[in-house]
Design a protein around this ligand. Sequence first.
Ligand code: ZN
Length: 199
Amino acid sequence: MKIKILSKGKEEIKFEVDKINPAFANALRRTMIMEVPTLAIEEVDFRANDSPMFDEVLAHRLGLIPVKFKPKMLKKMADCSCEGEGCINCQVVFVLDKTGPAIIYSGDLKSTNPDVEPLYDNIPIVKLGEKQRLIFEATAIIGTGKEHVKWKAANAFYTYKDDKFVFTVETISGLSPKEIITKATEIMEEKSKELTKLL
Ligand SMILES: [Zn+2]
């Protein structure tokens, strides 16, 4: 396998891979999209919501905000030593307490973990009118695109040209394209090791 980086940006990487078969190319693409773990808001506990949006709609919007985090510091709840109870090693809580008139942006979410924050601070969430209040605690957890689209790490596709696969990987999560590609290859390596063990 020969890899050549064609372009490398903060949000997108293009690379060319030589001497792989279509099945491998497709497995790599799917792993990057569906299996690389990311962090997203899963549960929202509303103390007050006078906004024009229902709790469920607001919670759904919050779930889609990309969150920046350090992958090695957070575990999936199922793999955590708290055994699914929820703790600082597998959950991150964001708090918000605002009174209108105001437009609430992703940057208004205050993280309780210094290593975690919304990737962009300018995503509009909801508009509050005069004296309308919005108070909630939102809990983010690690998941994968296989479980729900909000944990999808990247958009990835490839084209096939002159016996080479040209991949484009665009992040849509808090991970960099490089982190996504690295993690995907680790996951694939882990799987092939497991298979070898079984055989
Ligand atoms: Zn835990």
